[in-house]
Design a protein around this ligand. Structure first.
Ligand code: ZN
Length: 431
Protein backbone atom coordinates (compact mmCIF):
# COMPACT_ATOMS: atom_id res chain seq x y z
CA UNK A 1 0.00 0.00 0.00
CA UNK A 2 2.75 2.43 0.89
CA UNK A 3 4.26 2.85 -2.61
CA UNK A 4 0.75 3.31 -3.94
CA UNK A 5 0.01 6.04 -1.37
CA UNK A 6 3.30 7.72 -2.15
CA UNK A 7 2.38 7.72 -5.79
CA UNK A 8 -0.97 9.32 -5.01
CA UNK A 9 0.73 12.01 -2.94
CA UNK A 10 3.24 12.58 -5.71
CA UNK A 11 0.52 12.92 -8.34
CA UNK A 12 -1.47 15.28 -6.12
CA UNK A 13 1.55 17.55 -5.59
CA UNK A 14 3.13 17.29 -8.99
CA UNK A 15 0.19 17.35 -11.38
CA UNK A 16 -0.86 20.99 -11.07
CA UNK A 17 2.79 21.88 -11.63
CA UNK A 18 2.89 19.66 -14.70
CA UNK A 19 -0.26 21.29 -16.04
CA UNK A 20 1.20 24.74 -15.43
CA UNK A 21 4.49 23.76 -17.03
CA UNK A 22 2.58 22.90 -20.17
CA UNK A 23 1.62 26.57 -20.54
CA UNK A 24 4.17 28.74 -22.28
CA UNK A 25 3.96 32.52 -22.42
CA UNK A 26 5.88 34.19 -25.24
CA UNK A 27 6.49 37.92 -24.97
CA UNK A 28 7.11 39.70 -28.26
CA UNK A 29 7.95 43.29 -29.21
CA UNK A 30 5.25 42.90 -31.80
CA UNK A 31 2.97 40.23 -33.22
CA UNK A 32 1.98 40.17 -36.89
CA UNK A 33 -0.91 37.76 -36.62
CA UNK A 34 -1.30 36.87 -40.29
CA UNK A 35 -4.84 38.21 -40.41
CA UNK A 36 -3.92 41.86 -40.80
CA UNK A 37 -3.54 42.68 -37.12
CA UNK A 38 -0.30 44.05 -35.66
CA UNK A 39 -0.08 43.96 -31.87
CA UNK A 40 2.75 45.84 -30.13
CA UNK A 41 4.06 44.48 -26.79
CA UNK A 42 2.16 41.24 -27.19
CA UNK A 43 1.88 37.97 -25.34
CA UNK A 44 1.08 34.60 -26.89
CA UNK A 45 -0.07 31.85 -24.55
CA UNK A 46 0.45 28.27 -25.59
CA UNK A 47 -0.88 25.08 -24.13
CA UNK A 48 0.67 21.92 -25.49
CA UNK A 49 0.75 22.34 -29.26
CA UNK A 50 -1.88 25.07 -29.66
CA UNK A 51 -2.19 28.80 -29.11
CA UNK A 52 -4.76 29.68 -26.43
CA UNK A 53 -4.45 33.47 -26.36
CA UNK A 54 -2.84 36.32 -28.29
CA UNK A 55 -3.06 39.95 -27.30
CA UNK A 56 -1.46 43.05 -25.84
CA UNK A 57 0.50 42.46 -22.61
CA UNK A 58 -2.08 44.36 -20.60
CA UNK A 59 -4.94 42.12 -21.73
CA UNK A 60 -3.37 38.65 -21.49
CA UNK A 61 -3.01 37.21 -18.01
CA UNK A 62 0.04 34.98 -17.78
CA UNK A 63 -0.87 32.07 -15.46
CA UNK A 64 1.42 31.64 -12.48
CA UNK A 65 3.97 28.96 -13.15
CA UNK A 66 3.83 29.38 -16.93
CA UNK A 67 7.17 29.13 -18.68
CA UNK A 68 7.86 32.63 -19.97
CA UNK A 69 10.12 33.18 -22.97
CA UNK A 70 11.30 36.73 -23.51
CA UNK A 71 11.34 37.54 -27.21
CA UNK A 72 10.64 41.25 -26.84
CA UNK A 73 13.52 42.07 -29.17
CA UNK A 74 11.63 40.39 -32.00
CA UNK A 75 8.49 40.36 -34.12
CA UNK A 76 6.38 37.22 -34.27
CA UNK A 77 4.96 36.00 -37.55
CA UNK A 78 3.07 32.75 -38.22
CA UNK A 79 5.13 29.68 -39.08
CA UNK A 80 5.72 29.71 -42.82
CA UNK A 81 4.32 27.25 -45.34
CA UNK A 82 6.44 26.16 -48.29
CA UNK A 83 3.96 25.02 -50.94
CA UNK A 84 6.42 23.04 -53.04
CA UNK A 85 9.37 21.00 -51.81
CA UNK A 86 11.12 17.74 -52.59
CA UNK A 87 12.38 16.87 -49.14
CA UNK A 88 13.79 13.49 -50.13
CA UNK A 89 16.04 14.91 -52.85
CA UNK A 90 19.25 14.71 -50.88
CA UNK A 91 22.82 15.12 -52.07
CA UNK A 92 25.82 14.20 -49.89
CA UNK A 93 28.27 16.38 -51.90
CA UNK A 94 30.60 13.48 -52.68
CA UNK A 95 33.39 14.99 -54.81
CA UNK A 96 32.85 14.20 -58.46
CA UNK A 97 29.13 13.57 -58.01
CA UNK A 98 26.28 15.87 -58.94
CA UNK A 99 22.90 16.01 -57.21
CA UNK A 100 20.86 14.65 -60.11
CA UNK A 101 23.32 11.81 -60.81
CA UNK A 102 23.26 10.74 -57.17
CA UNK A 103 19.46 10.88 -56.86
CA UNK A 104 18.07 7.37 -56.35
CA UNK A 105 21.43 5.71 -55.75
CA UNK A 106 21.62 5.87 -51.93
CA UNK A 107 18.57 3.70 -51.26
CA UNK A 108 15.33 4.78 -49.60
CA UNK A 109 16.21 4.09 -45.94
CA UNK A 110 19.58 5.83 -46.11
CA UNK A 111 18.04 8.73 -48.02
CA UNK A 112 15.26 9.24 -45.47
CA UNK A 113 17.81 9.32 -42.67
CA UNK A 114 20.11 11.75 -44.46
CA UNK A 115 17.24 13.94 -45.66
CA UNK A 116 16.71 15.02 -42.04
CA UNK A 117 19.27 17.66 -42.93
CA UNK A 118 16.92 19.11 -45.56
CA UNK A 119 14.09 19.15 -43.01
CA UNK A 120 16.23 20.91 -40.39
CA UNK A 121 17.42 23.49 -42.89
CA UNK A 122 13.83 24.23 -43.86
CA UNK A 123 12.98 24.82 -40.18
CA UNK A 124 15.89 27.25 -39.92
CA UNK A 125 14.19 29.46 -42.53
CA UNK A 126 10.98 29.61 -40.48
CA UNK A 127 9.21 26.98 -42.59
CA UNK A 128 7.11 24.88 -40.22
CA UNK A 129 4.91 23.25 -42.87
CA UNK A 130 5.64 21.96 -46.35
CA UNK A 131 3.66 20.47 -49.15
CA UNK A 132 6.10 17.96 -50.59
CA UNK A 133 5.37 17.42 -54.26
CA UNK A 134 7.04 14.27 -55.42
CA UNK A 135 9.14 11.49 -53.98
CA UNK A 136 9.55 7.76 -54.49
CA UNK A 137 9.61 4.48 -52.57
CA UNK A 138 7.37 5.95 -49.85
CA UNK A 139 10.21 8.10 -48.56
CA UNK A 140 7.99 11.17 -48.13
CA UNK A 141 5.41 9.08 -46.25
CA UNK A 142 8.18 7.85 -43.96
CA UNK A 143 9.48 11.33 -43.24
CA UNK A 144 5.97 12.59 -42.57
CA UNK A 145 5.41 9.76 -40.08
CA UNK A 146 8.77 10.23 -38.34
CA UNK A 147 8.27 13.98 -37.99
CA UNK A 148 4.69 13.56 -36.74
CA UNK A 149 5.83 11.14 -34.04
CA UNK A 150 8.65 13.44 -32.98
CA UNK A 151 11.42 11.06 -34.04
CA UNK A 152 12.71 13.53 -36.62
CA UNK A 153 12.91 17.32 -36.52
CA UNK A 154 11.24 18.94 -39.46
CA UNK A 155 8.26 20.84 -40.79
CA UNK A 156 4.82 19.23 -40.87
CA UNK A 157 4.70 17.44 -44.19
CA UNK A 158 1.80 17.04 -46.58
CA UNK A 159 2.97 14.65 -49.25
CA UNK A 160 2.13 13.44 -52.74
CA UNK A 161 4.01 10.15 -53.04
CA UNK A 162 5.00 9.41 -56.62
CA UNK A 163 4.11 12.13 -59.07
CA UNK A 164 2.00 10.99 -62.02
CA UNK A 165 3.86 11.16 -65.32
CA UNK A 166 3.49 9.80 -68.84
CA UNK A 167 5.71 7.15 -70.43
CA UNK A 168 9.01 8.48 -71.60
CA UNK A 169 11.78 10.34 -69.89
CA UNK A 170 12.80 10.01 -67.09
CA UNK A 171 12.06 6.30 -67.61
CA UNK A 172 15.19 4.34 -68.39
CA UNK A 173 15.13 1.42 -70.82
CA UNK A 174 14.91 -1.92 -69.08
CA UNK A 175 14.07 -0.44 -65.70
CA UNK A 176 10.76 -1.24 -64.01
CA UNK A 177 8.62 1.88 -64.31
CA UNK A 178 7.81 3.66 -61.06
CA UNK A 179 4.19 3.60 -59.83
CA UNK A 180 3.64 7.16 -61.02
CA UNK A 181 3.86 6.20 -64.66
CA UNK A 182 0.49 6.11 -66.38
CA UNK A 183 -0.99 6.65 -69.83
CA UNK A 184 -4.65 7.09 -70.66
CA UNK A 185 -7.58 7.86 -68.39
CA UNK A 186 -7.87 4.38 -66.85
CA UNK A 187 -4.19 4.19 -65.90
CA UNK A 188 -4.24 7.74 -64.57
CA UNK A 189 -7.17 6.87 -62.34
CA UNK A 190 -5.41 3.75 -61.09
CA UNK A 191 -2.14 5.55 -60.39
CA UNK A 192 -3.84 8.43 -58.59
CA UNK A 193 -5.92 6.05 -56.48
CA UNK A 194 -2.87 3.97 -55.62
CA UNK A 195 -0.95 6.99 -54.38
CA UNK A 196 -3.89 8.11 -52.25
CA UNK A 197 -4.38 4.58 -50.95
CA UNK A 198 -0.71 4.49 -49.97
CA UNK A 199 -1.31 7.58 -47.84
CA UNK A 200 -0.63 10.57 -50.07
CA UNK A 201 -2.31 13.82 -49.01
CA UNK A 202 -2.15 15.26 -52.52
CA UNK A 203 -2.03 14.03 -56.08
CA UNK A 204 0.91 15.46 -58.02
CA UNK A 205 0.77 15.34 -61.78
CA UNK A 206 3.49 16.32 -64.24
CA UNK A 207 1.37 17.98 -66.92
CA UNK A 208 4.31 19.09 -69.04
CA UNK A 209 7.96 18.48 -69.65
CA UNK A 210 10.45 20.70 -67.83
CA UNK A 211 12.59 20.04 -64.75
CA UNK A 212 16.21 20.46 -63.72
CA UNK A 213 18.09 21.89 -66.72
CA UNK A 214 15.21 21.20 -69.12
CA UNK A 215 13.01 24.29 -69.39
CA UNK A 216 10.77 23.04 -72.19
CA UNK A 217 7.10 23.10 -71.38
CA UNK A 218 5.45 20.67 -73.78
CA UNK A 219 2.14 19.41 -72.50
CA UNK A 220 2.23 15.72 -71.59
CA UNK A 221 -1.12 14.58 -70.14
CA UNK A 222 -4.25 15.47 -72.10
CA UNK A 223 -7.10 17.47 -70.65
CA UNK A 224 -9.07 14.22 -70.20
CA UNK A 225 -6.24 12.63 -68.23
CA UNK A 226 -5.88 15.73 -66.04
CA UNK A 227 -9.62 15.79 -65.43
CA UNK A 228 -9.56 12.12 -64.48
CA UNK A 229 -6.77 12.68 -61.94
CA UNK A 230 -8.45 15.78 -60.51
CA UNK A 231 -11.75 13.92 -60.15
CA UNK A 232 -10.09 10.98 -58.37
CA UNK A 233 -8.45 13.39 -55.93
CA UNK A 234 -11.58 15.43 -55.30
CA UNK A 235 -13.85 12.40 -54.90
CA UNK A 236 -11.47 11.20 -52.20
CA UNK A 237 -11.60 14.58 -50.46
CA UNK A 238 -8.03 15.31 -51.55
CA UNK A 239 -6.44 17.92 -53.79
CA UNK A 240 -4.27 17.96 -56.86
CA UNK A 241 -1.24 19.97 -57.93
CA UNK A 242 -0.41 20.03 -61.62
CA UNK A 243 3.09 20.86 -62.78
CA UNK A 244 3.35 22.70 -66.07
CA UNK A 245 6.33 24.64 -67.31
CA UNK A 246 4.43 25.84 -70.35
CA UNK A 247 1.06 27.57 -70.87
CA UNK A 248 -0.79 24.69 -72.59
CA UNK A 249 -0.58 22.19 -69.77
CA UNK A 250 -1.45 24.96 -67.31
CA UNK A 251 -4.53 26.00 -69.28
CA UNK A 252 -5.84 22.44 -69.31
CA UNK A 253 -4.90 21.98 -65.66
CA UNK A 254 -7.02 24.98 -64.70
CA UNK A 255 -9.93 23.73 -66.84
CA UNK A 256 -9.58 20.27 -65.28
CA UNK A 257 -9.96 21.70 -61.79
CA UNK A 258 -6.41 21.59 -60.48
CA UNK A 259 -6.21 23.15 -57.02
CA UNK A 260 -2.76 24.53 -57.73
CA UNK A 261 -0.71 25.07 -60.84
CA UNK A 262 3.06 24.85 -60.45
CA UNK A 263 5.74 26.83 -62.29
CA UNK A 264 3.93 27.87 -65.47
CA UNK A 265 5.03 30.72 -67.74
CA UNK A 266 3.08 32.64 -70.40
CA UNK A 267 -0.33 31.94 -68.89
CA UNK A 268 -2.92 33.48 -71.21
CA UNK A 269 -5.35 36.13 -69.94
CA UNK A 270 -8.36 33.82 -70.04
CA UNK A 271 -6.52 31.26 -67.90
CA UNK A 272 -5.43 33.90 -65.39
CA UNK A 273 -9.02 35.15 -65.22
CA UNK A 274 -10.29 31.60 -64.69
CA UNK A 275 -7.75 31.06 -61.91
CA UNK A 276 -8.84 34.24 -60.16
CA UNK A 277 -12.50 33.24 -60.52
CA UNK A 278 -12.07 29.62 -59.41
CA UNK A 279 -9.52 30.31 -56.71
CA UNK A 280 -6.87 28.17 -58.42
CA UNK A 281 -3.61 28.90 -56.66
CA UNK A 282 -0.52 29.69 -58.71
CA UNK A 283 2.77 28.44 -57.26
CA UNK A 284 5.23 30.06 -59.66
CA UNK A 285 8.53 28.89 -58.06
CA UNK A 286 10.49 31.64 -59.84
CA UNK A 287 13.32 31.33 -57.38
CA UNK A 288 14.17 27.70 -58.08
CA UNK A 289 15.66 28.40 -61.50
CA UNK A 290 17.65 31.32 -60.11
CA UNK A 291 18.89 28.85 -57.49
CA UNK A 292 20.03 26.45 -60.24
CA UNK A 293 21.92 29.29 -61.91
CA UNK A 294 23.59 30.30 -58.64
CA UNK A 295 24.54 26.65 -58.00
CA UNK A 296 25.54 25.87 -61.58
CA UNK A 297 28.94 24.50 -60.54
CA UNK A 298 27.36 21.90 -58.22
CA UNK A 299 24.99 20.82 -60.97
CA UNK A 300 27.53 20.97 -63.75
CA UNK A 301 25.39 23.31 -65.85
CA UNK A 302 27.17 24.92 -68.79
CA UNK A 303 26.54 28.41 -70.14
CA UNK A 304 23.92 27.20 -72.64
CA UNK A 305 21.92 25.68 -69.78
CA UNK A 306 22.33 28.85 -67.74
CA UNK A 307 21.09 30.95 -70.67
CA UNK A 308 17.97 28.79 -70.90
CA UNK A 309 17.37 29.03 -67.17
CA UNK A 310 17.77 32.82 -67.29
CA UNK A 311 15.21 33.09 -70.07
CA UNK A 312 12.81 30.95 -68.11
CA UNK A 313 13.25 33.05 -64.96
CA UNK A 314 12.45 36.22 -66.90
CA UNK A 315 9.27 34.72 -68.37
CA UNK A 316 8.28 33.21 -65.05
CA UNK A 317 8.65 36.57 -63.31
CA UNK A 318 6.71 38.38 -66.06
CA UNK A 319 3.91 35.85 -65.58
CA UNK A 320 3.89 36.52 -61.84
CA UNK A 321 3.53 40.25 -62.55
CA UNK A 322 0.53 39.53 -64.76
CA UNK A 323 -0.93 37.18 -62.14
CA UNK A 324 -0.65 39.96 -59.55
CA UNK A 325 -2.60 42.31 -61.83
CA UNK A 326 -5.19 39.61 -62.52
CA UNK A 327 -5.56 39.05 -58.74
CA UNK A 328 -4.67 35.39 -58.92
CA UNK A 329 -3.92 33.84 -55.54
CA UNK A 330 -0.31 32.81 -55.20
CA UNK A 331 1.49 30.61 -52.72
CA UNK A 332 5.17 30.63 -51.82
CA UNK A 333 6.75 27.47 -53.15
CA UNK A 334 10.50 27.01 -53.31
CA UNK A 335 10.64 23.78 -55.31
CA UNK A 336 13.59 23.15 -52.99
CA UNK A 337 15.78 20.19 -53.89
CA UNK A 338 19.21 19.19 -52.52
CA UNK A 339 21.16 22.29 -51.42
CA UNK A 340 18.10 24.49 -51.97
CA UNK A 341 16.96 23.70 -48.43
CA UNK A 342 17.85 26.67 -46.29
CA UNK A 343 16.82 29.01 -49.10
CA UNK A 344 13.12 28.11 -48.91
CA UNK A 345 11.70 31.60 -48.48
CA UNK A 346 13.59 33.55 -51.13
CA UNK A 347 10.57 33.37 -53.42
CA UNK A 348 9.01 36.09 -51.22
CA UNK A 349 11.41 38.66 -52.67
CA UNK A 350 10.17 37.90 -56.20
CA UNK A 351 6.59 38.50 -55.07
CA UNK A 352 7.49 41.92 -53.65
CA UNK A 353 9.45 42.75 -56.79
CA UNK A 354 6.34 41.82 -58.80
CA UNK A 355 4.19 44.30 -56.93
CA UNK A 356 2.93 42.68 -53.74
CA UNK A 357 3.39 44.57 -50.48
CA UNK A 358 5.49 42.75 -47.87
CA UNK A 359 2.25 41.99 -45.99
CA UNK A 360 0.70 40.47 -49.13
CA UNK A 361 3.87 38.50 -49.83
CA UNK A 362 3.80 37.14 -46.28
CA UNK A 363 0.27 35.92 -46.89
CA UNK A 364 1.48 33.70 -49.75
CA UNK A 365 3.43 31.76 -47.13
CA UNK A 366 0.84 31.91 -44.35
CA UNK A 367 -2.88 32.34 -44.93
CA UNK A 368 -2.86 31.34 -48.61
CA UNK A 369 -0.62 28.36 -47.90
CA UNK A 370 -3.03 27.26 -45.18
CA UNK A 371 -6.03 27.73 -47.45
CA UNK A 372 -4.28 25.69 -50.13
CA UNK A 373 -3.98 22.85 -47.62
CA UNK A 374 -7.56 23.29 -46.44
CA UNK A 375 -6.20 24.07 -42.96
CA UNK A 376 -7.06 27.76 -42.74
CA UNK A 377 -8.53 27.15 -39.28
CA UNK A 378 -5.34 25.76 -37.76
CA UNK A 379 -2.32 26.96 -39.75
CA UNK A 380 -1.06 30.25 -41.13
CA UNK A 381 -2.17 32.63 -38.38
CA UNK A 382 -1.45 33.46 -34.76
CA UNK A 383 -4.81 33.12 -33.08
CA UNK A 384 -6.47 30.98 -30.41
CA UNK A 385 -6.95 27.39 -31.54
CA UNK A 386 -4.18 27.54 -34.14
CA UNK A 387 -1.05 25.40 -33.95
CA UNK A 388 1.71 27.17 -32.08
CA UNK A 389 3.85 27.52 -35.21
CA UNK A 390 5.61 30.80 -34.56
CA UNK A 391 8.65 32.51 -36.05
CA UNK A 392 10.56 35.34 -34.37
CA UNK A 393 12.24 37.71 -36.81
CA UNK A 394 14.50 40.67 -36.15
CA UNK A 395 13.18 43.82 -37.82
CA UNK A 396 9.91 44.87 -39.41
CA UNK A 397 8.68 42.22 -41.86
CA UNK A 398 5.90 44.54 -43.06
CA UNK A 399 8.41 47.12 -44.21
CA UNK A 400 11.14 44.86 -45.56
CA UNK A 401 10.51 41.28 -46.72
CA UNK A 402 14.25 40.55 -46.37
CA UNK A 403 13.60 40.50 -42.62
CA UNK A 404 11.64 37.28 -43.16
CA UNK A 405 14.18 35.86 -45.60
CA UNK A 406 17.38 36.65 -43.70
CA UNK A 407 16.60 37.41 -40.06
CA UNK A 408 14.80 34.42 -38.60
CA UNK A 409 16.02 34.13 -35.01
CA UNK A 410 13.75 31.60 -33.38
CA UNK A 411 11.22 29.03 -34.55
CA UNK A 412 8.55 27.14 -32.65
CA UNK A 413 6.53 24.31 -34.18
CA UNK A 414 3.55 22.83 -32.39
CA UNK A 415 4.62 24.45 -29.13
CA UNK A 416 8.20 23.11 -29.28
CA UNK A 417 11.20 25.37 -29.84
CA UNK A 418 12.96 24.04 -32.95
CA UNK A 419 15.44 26.84 -33.70
CA UNK A 420 16.97 29.32 -31.27
CA UNK A 421 19.48 31.91 -32.42
CA UNK A 422 18.44 34.48 -29.84
CA UNK A 423 21.12 35.89 -27.56
CA UNK A 424 19.47 34.08 -24.64
CA UNK A 425 19.18 30.82 -26.52
CA UNK A 426 21.59 27.93 -26.83
CA UNK A 427 24.60 28.44 -29.08
CA UNK A 428 23.67 25.22 -30.82
CA UNK A 429 20.00 24.74 -31.67
CA UNK A 430 18.32 21.90 -29.76
CA UNK A 431 18.35 18.63 -31.66
ZN1 ZN B 1 8.91 20.33 -58.02
Amino acid sequence: MRPFLLLLVFLFVACPALVRAQVKALRFGRVVDGRGRVIPNAVILIKAERIVAVGPEKDVVIPTGAQTIDLRAYTAIPGLIDAHTHMTFYWDKTPGSTPWQQLGTLGPAVTVFLAQENARKALETGVTTVRDLGSSDGMDLAMRALINRGAMHGPRMFVAGNGLHISGPPDKAGVVPDPGRCDGVAEVERAARQQLAAGADWVKMYGSTGSDQDVTGFQTFSYEEMKAAADVAHRAGKRIAIHSYGPDGARDAVRAGANTVEHAIDLDDATLAAMARQGTIYVPTVEHNRYYIAHRAEYGYDSAVVAGLNQYVAKNFATVQRAVKARVKMAMGSDAVFTGFGENTRELAWFVKAGLSPAQALRTATTTGAEMLGLEGSLGALAPGYYADIVAVEGDPLRDIQVVIEHVKWVMKGGQVEVDHTSAGPAVPPR
